[in-house]
Design a protein around this ligand. Sequence first.
Ligand code: PLZ
Length: 443
Amino acid sequence: MSEQSVMSARNIVTAIPGPISQQLHVKRLKEVSHGVGAALPVYIDHAHGALVTDVDGNRFIDLGSGIGVTTIGHTNDELVKAVQEQVSKLTHTLFTVTPYVPYIEVCELLNKYTPGNFEKRSALFNSGAEAVENAVKFARKFTGRGEIAVFDHGYHGRTNLTMAMNFKAMPYNSGFGPFAPGVHHVPMSYPLRDGGITGEEAAKRAINYMEKRVGAANLAAIVIEPIQGEGGFIVPAPGFLPALSAWAKANGIVMVADEVQSGVARTGRWFATHYEDGFEPDMFTIAKGIAGGMPISAVTGRAEIMDSSHAGGIGGTYGGNPVAAAAAVAVLKQIEAGGVLERALELETILLSRLNELKEKHSVIAEVRGRGAMIAIEFVEPGTLNPNSAASDKVVKFCHMNGVIVLNAGTFGNVIRFLPPLAITDAQLHEALDVLAAGLETL
Ligand code: PLZ
């Protein structure tokens, strides 16, 4: 064993947050809107791979990737090189005025690697919410219909339309309405809390709601996260997603997979949709992990839907910015080259075995779920299904204080989710999970 590997990856040298972070936080509260939250107010100076260092010199192991963004690793070498080369050549023209090459390259790669054996087109935007907004625009234009169905526990963004599509009032929606009309919330498949019904039965419940409450002929699109992100990594029961897409197809409804959190190698496949045979979305929304932190998003879908808009109907000043597009090409080409998807599956093996061990030991953990490097644990009051956010909050706090960045999630705030950068080493992941285990011992 090298000296490096026996040393701790973490290095906590001050109280958390440290004195410089505390000073910065005071300044921030004076200058930055208080509507912008901070889960862990340590101010970060630099990061590489899965290690993040703050302004006080504290080094953390990152199991959050900035909510699933730095999947390829912080300051990934090839990404940094691509960005540096592009930024000195061209920072902006606006693709819809005078186009440039990286935009087309991103679209080509996404058209190739998204599920679905049909002709595709893509369009590029800045954020996940903007991608979702545009997927809805395409679906409405193509179908000539107005209504949209989304699912309980779902999350789609913070713009007016996407707020209407979110499940949770707090903290996302409360007080920010009125919201865009035409959005209908449909029961999700949530195996832990569904009393044992099958995926097909859960789909029947959702379809019944859409038929009776909305009317199939009025629906432009069904928008669903194949694994729900903010909702707590809820993996629907097998058969749920295929039954929905079959019903959508039979009724001329556009099936949209929101893969903003679950896409781009996160789950060990290019997209989480690949796991469900028979689930056949017409369109995908993609963001986060696509470009290692550079802001870019995409809608990829059937050519006839994507071409249904008149020229000029789709766009935006910065959408598919050349530097962000170059970063996306660098990420997508690394996945294409091999090894990245495999790494996510290796992390899955470690996460599942360590977390299931902890579940055996701690009856507050009701379930370990997810795929690839997108795994979560849900906390309950032992022997019941009552959500136990007091326990999950305590463990999250313990991890933060001890140099591990973890994120909470879930409608009931009782889920801890793990989204490590795929560049994390086995030793770093084990060290972070040792901290989690110690946190569970404090309950
Ligand atoms: N769709 C499935 O997960 C973003 C939200 C963080 P944007 N999720 C993280 C926060 O507190 O704002 C997300 C998602 C899914 C859409 C979005 C929205 O993506 O890039 O944040 O707009």
